[in-house]
Design a protein around this ligand. Structure first.
Ligand code: ADP
Ligand code: MG
Length: 273
């Protein structure tokens, strides 16, 4: 399969002094699902921002479908438009993303930018509302949405563009458990439909659910390991070494227990105990 996004020897630091990524080499293939995991501050969001060409690396090469991505190459209108239309970015904080007065305006925005007719844009917006089960929010002012509703509208506003690639920063943040389950199923469905998905998380249970290829960023901002979800999740020693799980002391009555702890509840498939 062709590499859709490829990063070679990427270094990035903020203001030239706060390191965020060091010597990152990573390729994403068409149709793949890839998770970037690591602790807070390891560089996950920065990596997504680079993939989406929101920021450009200090050194190294980014390519999109084999073409170099630079400020200069993006100033070529057709390449810039192709890249922007192919990648949908769902931010961790939906507030950043929503800027229209009502939900329906928000969902019309991308299709109209893509030069669809008003009727086609409206049809696409309606379909997306129904796909996400949020028809009831159609006329709602964006300012009058709950956190979870804002996230759903932000997701919807990206899906109306029908991008081939979805870049999603911390998919589960600000969602209640029911909406989390909904979003996890949605991601599986979109990936099955052929979309390439790259997401960040520090929740190991999300990795267990989605079974993506996993890229682990370390605290020193390098890629420490890549592997399948089961390779990464079964390597307890490694997860401890990168602080993704840690020893935890519990008190039950007068007894003190020590065990490894993470956001991820270890369980074996097929084991109901
Ligand atoms: P993660 O998403 O894994 O939590 P980030 O990519 O946000 O990590 O951050 C990587 C490093 O870059 C951290 O040390 C963080 O403090 C720093 N950083 C992130 N965003 C900014 C910013 N806008 N300005 C300065 N430093 C930043
Ligand atoms: Mg982040």
């Amino acid at each position: 399969m062709e590499d859709i996004i490829s990063l070679k020897n990427i270094d990035y630091s903020y203001y030239g002094k706060i390191p965020a990524l060091k010597n990152i080499n990573l390729s994403v293939k068409k149709g793949e699902m890839v998770a970037i995991i690591g602790l807070n501050g390891s560089g996950k969001s920065t990596l997504l921002n680079i993939m989406n060409a929101l920021i450009f690396p200090d050194s190294g090469e980014v390519s999109f479908k084999g073409n170099p991505v630079t400020e200069k190459s993006l100033s070529d209108k057709s390449f810039g438009i192709q890249l922007r239309q192919s990648m949908g970015y769902i931010f961790q904080n939906p507030e950043i993303q929503l800027f229209c007065p009502t939900v329906f305006d928000e969902l019309l925005f991308a299709p109209l930018q893509l030069n669809l007719t008003v009727e086609d844009a409206e049809e696409r917006a309606e379909q997306t509302l129904s796909f996400l089960g949020i028809e009831y929010l159609k006329e709602r002012p964006v300012l009058m949405l709950s956190g979870g509703e804002k996230k759903k509208v932000a997701i919807a506003s990206v899906l109306t563009m029908n991008p081939d690639i979805l870049l999603i920063d911390e998919p589960l943040s600000s969602l209640d458990p029911k909406t989390q389950t909904f979003f996890i199923d949605l991601l599986l469905e979109l990936n099955r439909a052929g979309k390439t998905i790259v997401f960040t998380t520090h929740h190991l249970d999300l990795i267990d659910h989605l079974q993506p290829r996993v890229v682990v960023l370390s605290e020193d901002h390098t890629i420490q390991k890549t592997g399948t979800a089961s390779e990464i999740l079964s390597d307890e020693e490694f997860l401890i070494s990168v602080n993704l799980i840690h020893e935890h002391v519990h008190k039950h009555g007068n007894e003190v227990h020590r065990h490894y702890h993470s956001h991820y509840v270890f369980h074996k498939h097929g084991d109901n105990s």
